[in-house]
Design a binder for this molecule. Structure first.
Ligand code: NAD
Length: 368
C-alpha cells in the first residue's frame, strides 16, 4: 500500500503531537511492509514567521498532491494583534476550504481506564463508541443573507440546505454505519424548521438504499440530553453544521480530555485529519501535551485514506492498552490505581511498543 501524507505540524504543541502521530504511521508502514511517504508543509504562526502568510501556496500545492493531510494545530499568542484574516487560525480555515471536505467525522469513545477524567459516571461512559458525521459546508454558518445592521439593531443568519448537500453527507454516514454497528441517528429540529423537514425527508429517502442500517430521528434538544444520559445507545450520529458543532463538543465530555479527541474531514479533494485540540500555548515545550488525540487521528488516516482497517484498529487497541497499563499524560492523570505520569514522547513510545506487539502477533498468526 502506497500513501503520501502531507504533514502540517503548525504551532505550539502541534509539532510535538504530530511527531508522535507520524512515528506511529511510520511504524505501521514498516511493520506491514507499506510504502508511506511524508512531505512537510508550513501553516499557521510558523508560516507567517517564515513566509508572511498563514497558508503559503506551496503548502496548498503539497496538500493537494497528497493522499491525506495530517494537521497538528495552529495559533500563537504573538499574532493576537493581527486582524483575523492575517492570524495563524486563518490558515486553518483556508486549508479546509482548499481541500473542500464536506463531512466532519468526530469519534467520541468512553475509555474505562479514563472514567475518572470524565464528569459522567463510569457506568454511563464505559463502552461508548459514537461517530459524529457533521455536515461542514452548509447550514447557518454559510447561508445567505447574513448581516448585522448596527443602526436598526437587527441581525440575520440563514440556515439553508439543498437536497444534494444532505444526500452526500447522509451517504457518508450510512456507508460508515454499515461497517460499524449499523445504526444512524439523524438529528434535526423538524418540529419547527423547514430546513430540518427537508433534512429528515432526504435522510429517510437515502436510508432505503441501506436496508441493513437502522435509521432513527432525534430532535436536537432531546438529543443533547440523550447524549449525556444514554450515550451507549448511539452509533453514527448524522447532523447539520451548527447542531453537529455543539453536540460533538458536548460528547467530548464522555472521553474526558480535549487531548484525546481525533477528527477527520472527508469528501473533498483530499481528506484532512486533525486532533480536535488547539496549539495549547500554556503547555507547549513542556512535554505535557497528550499525543493520543493525534495518534488516534493517525488511525483515522489508516482507516479512511489507506483502507487499512485492521491497522487502524491495531493503533486504537494500542492506545487502549497503554491506558489500561496506567500510562497517563498530565491532562488525564486523575484517579485510578498504578498511574504512571509520562511525557508526550514517552506516551508515543508506549503506544509504538503496544502496536508492534499486536502487529507481530497478527503476523505470527497469519504465518501459522
Ligand atoms: P486549546 O485546545 O489549545 O487548549 C485548551 C486547554 O486544553 C489548554 O489548557 C490546553 O493546555 C489543554 N490541551 C489542549 N490540547 C491538549 C493536549 N493535547 N494535551 C494536554 N492538554 C491539552 O484551546 P485554546 O487554549 O482555546 O487555544 C489556543 C490556541 O489554539 C489559540 O490560538 C486558538 O485559536 C488555537 N486553536 C486552534 C485549533 C486548531 O488548530 N484546530 C483549535 C482550537 C484552538
Amino acid at each position: 500500500m502506497r500513501l503520501k501524507v502531507a504533514v502540517l505540524a503548525g504551532d505550539g504543541i502541534g509539532p510535538e503531537v504530530t511527531r508522535e502521530a507520524t512515528n506511529i504511521l511510520r511504524a505501521v508502514a514498516e511493520l506491514g511492509g507499506h510504502d508511506f511517504t511524508f512531505v512537510e508543509g508550513l501553516i499557521g504562526g510558523v508560516a507567517i514567521t517564515e513566509t508572511g502568510t498563514p497558508l503559503p501556496t506551496a503548502t496548498v500545492d503539497a496538500s493537494l498532491d497528497s493522499d491525506a493531510v495530517l494537521l497538528g494545530a495552529v495559533g500563537d499568542n504573538k499574532f493576537n494583534s493581527l486582524t483575523p484574516d492575517k492570524r495563524p487560525e486563518a490558515g486553518l480555515l483556508q486549508i479546509r476550504q482548499a481541500l473542500g471536505g464536506f463531512a466532519n467525522l468526530r469519534p467520541s469513545v468512553g475509555y474505562k481506564a479514563l472514567s475518572a477524567s470524565s464528569p459522567l459516571r463510569p457506568e454511563v461512559t464505559e463502552g461508548v463508541d459514537i461517530l459524529f458525521v457533521r455536515e461542514l459546508l452548509g447550514g447557518l454558518y454559510f447561508g445567505a443573507p447574513r448581516w448585522w445592521n448596527k443602526e436598526s439593531n437587527e441581525a440575520i443568519n440563514t440556515m439553508r440546505y439543498t437536497r444534494d448537500e444532505v444526500v452526500r453527507v447522509a451517504r457518508v454516514a450510512f456507508e460508515l454505519a454499515s461497517k460499524r454497528r449499523k445504526k444512524v441517528t439523524s438529528v434535526d429540529k423538524a418540529n419547527v424548521l423547514e430546513v430540518s423537514q427537508l433534512w429528515r425527508a432526504t435522510v429517510t429517502e437515502i436510508a432505503k438504499d441501506y436496508p441493513d442500517v437502522t435509521l432513527e430521528h432525534q430532535l436536537v434538544d432531546s438529543m443533547a440530553m440523550h447524549i449525556m444520559n444514554v450515550p451507549r445507545n448511539f452509533d453514527v450520529v448524522l447532523t447539520e453544521n451548527l447542531f453537529g458543532d455543539i453536540l460533538s463538543d458536548e460528547a467530548g465530555v464522555i472521553t474526558g480530555s480535549l487531548g484525546m479527541l481525533p477528527s477527520a474531514t472527508v469528501g473533498g479533494a483530499v481528506n484532512l485529519y486533525e486532533p480536535v485540540h488547539g496549539s495549547a500555548p500554556d503547555i507547549a515545550g513542556t512535554g505535557k501535551a497528550n499525543p493520543l488525540g493525534a495518534i488516534l487521528t493517525a488511525a483515522m488516516v489508516l482507516r479512511h485514506s489507506a483502507g487499512l482497517e485492521q491497522d487502524a484498529r491495531a493503533v486504537e487497541q494500542a492506545v487502549f492498552k497503554v491506558l489500561e497499563a496506567g500510562y497517563r499524560t498530565a491532562d488525564i492523570a486523575r484517579g485510578g490505581e498504578n498511574i504512571q505520569l509520562v511525557s508526550t514522547q514517552e506516551m508515543g513510545k508506549h503506544v509504538h511498543q503496544a502496536l508492534a506487539e499486536s502487529i507481530d502477533r497478527r503476523q505470527a498468526l497469519h504465518a501459522v
